[in-house]
Design a protein around this ligand. Structure first.
Ligand code: GLU
Length: 498
């Protein structure tokens, strides 16, 4: 079947995990086995009708977030498509036509209540504890001809939907099953066209989903309470509604809705904290959906091949940063050297690894950086850690503290002795492979009657500047005999003079 899905963010805030999950599930459904028709597609539509909360920065944020995430849309801003434009503010003229048609059919009406009158009515209702909520529907009783005249004469007004009272609205949510609402409980006669001429979310969303031939709407559960109203609107316009599927909530580990409180939530923040987009996608795809048994790491294609609405879970999903970190470490490990170098390079440039902060690498530095990736791959959890770990390859480290050279329960004299032995090994360590270098050092330690770790400690500190460093032999090979020997000899002098 043709499956046309959309992600329809309102640019009133930055893109966050919830939005990514919604976009991703829609994307996956449009590429899932169920979407066999050649016209299946995933759309991006910007719902920018809330002009008060709109900010162009948030539009840019949609683009930069998805650029980084690396999955895009088949139709939408930037790529176009048969139903362009895909930005609601560029379609404003279109919505009014449908609101007018609803007025014509007696299914919507003009409301002339001012904001002050509405506020006063609300206060009165609250004071009387009437239990009623929303608009009193007072303008319903204005004769249509009179109302049209007043509107035509330019009297400020909005257009409201006439909810059919006394009826029940039913629909079947693809995840939650049959749902019914008494129409009298639906948000009292919601506004379709605002006094500024802009449509509300409800009208623009329905009109566009219809015109853009959307077949499935996967969206956050917070929209569930708007759906009866949307169904009523579809009926009033004589249109077939799409399949609705309200996705399980995403919670923090404290059981509360995921928010800033839980750490990074904007997509760009995950990027700047050193996550790989593939790891984030892989983890977010598993928030509320299951795929094959016994597998954690999937490519986007594998996720799509295994995606179906029947595999969604009703229970809220819990966002676990530790699990995401685990994914990130896995992804870092699985990267090729070139890819990992490219992904972590911006952090290296920012940290001044190649000179001043902001300096890019020379060709020789770029080569060294890529060759160093195997040294950090196994242990890094975040891309941001990588440049710091490799600093000693690009500049001589500051002289370490005396105690760093000295093995446990030992003294400076012994450390100097051990370092001297290490210095003798440098030419071989820097040219042999890991195994051979390991065997050499082991044999030396045995011959001197010292522990392997004790022999290596002063040498490691001398070459890398730290007791905790990437693997020593690989590091020494990249630095070369000359640099290693110079650093080690300088440290030896320091130890001897102490
Ligand atoms: N513009 C709405 C939002 O910001 C779209 C909701 C929907 O998918 O219908 O989430």
């Amino acid at each position: 079947m043709n499956i046309r899905c959309r992600y329809a963010p309102s640019p009133t805030g930055n893109q966050h995990i919830g939005g990514l999950r919604t976009a991703l599930f829609n994307y996956l459904l449009s590429r899932s086995p169920a979407a066999e028709g050649g016209k299946s597609a995933f759309l991006l539509r910007l719902e920018d009708t809330d002009r008060l909360r709109f900010d162009k920065l948030y539009v840019d944020n949609v683009f930069s977030s998805f650029d980084w995430l690396g999955f895009g849309w088949d139709e939408g801003p930037g790529v176009g498509g048969p139903y362009a434009p895909y930005v609601q503010s560029e379609r404003v003229g279109l919505y009014k036509k449908y609101a007018d048609a609803l007025i014509e059919a007696g299914k919507a009406y003009y409301c002339f209540c001012s904001a002050e009158e509405l506020a006063a009515a609300r206060d009165a209702r609250e004071a009387a504890h009437s239990g009623e909520s929303g608009y009193s529907r007072v303008c319903r009783s204005i004769p249509p001809a009179e109302a049209s005249l007043r509107a035509a004469n330019g009297e400020p007004c909005v257009i409201r939907l006439k909810i059919p009272l006394g009826e029940t609205t039913r629909f079947t949510d693809a995840l939650l099953g049959d749902i019914e609402w008494k129409n009298d409980d639906v948000n009292a006669d919601p506004v379709l066209i605002k006094s500024d001429g802009f449509p509300t979310y409800h009208l623009a969303n329905i009109v566009d989903d219809h015109l853009m031939k959307i077949t499935h709407v996967l969206r956050a559960q917070e929209w569930l309470s708007s759906t009866p109203l949307h169904i009523i609107l579809y009926k009033a316009l004589g249109w077939e509604p799409p399949v609705f599927c309200h996705l399980p909530m995403v919670m923090g580990q404290d059981g509360k809705k995921l928010s800033k409180r839980h750490g990074a939530t904007s997509i760009n923040e995950f990027r700047s904290r050193g996550y790989l987009s593939g790891a984030l996608i892989n983890y977010v795809a598993q928030l509320g959906a299951s795929y094959e048994e016994g597998k954690d790491v999937y490519t986007l294609e594998e996720l799509a091949a295994n995606f179906s609405l029947s595999k969604l879970n009703k229970a809220p999903a819990v966002f676990d940063y530790k699990k995401l970190e685990w994914f990130n470490a896995r992804y870092i490990m699985a990267c090729s050297n070139e890819e990992l170098a490219a992904q972590s390079l911006p952090f290296a440039v920012e940290n001044g690894l190649f000179g001043e902060a902001g300096d890019g690498p020379s060709p020789q530095q770029a080569g060294l950086y890529t060759s160093a990736m195997p040294l950090v791959k196994e242990r890094a959890v975040f891309l941001t850690e990588i440049p710091k770990k490799l600093e000693f390859l690009f500049r001589d480290p500051p002289l370490a503290k005396l105690e760093d050279f000295i093995p446990k329960k030992s003294d400076v004299k012994t450390a100097a002795f051990l370092l001297k032995k290490g210095v003798d090994l440098i030419p071989k360590i820097c040219t042999a492979g890991d195994e051979e270098a390991g065997a050499l050092v082991k044999a030396k330690a045995e011959a001197e009657g010292v522990k392997l770790g004790d022999l290596l400690q002063p040498l490691r500190v001398a070459i890398t500047g730290s007791r905790v460093s990437p693997p020593l032999f690989g590091s020494a090979r990249l630095l070369g005999v000359e640099k290693c020997a110079a650093r080690a000899n300088a440290c030896l002098e320091f130890l001897v003079s102490n």
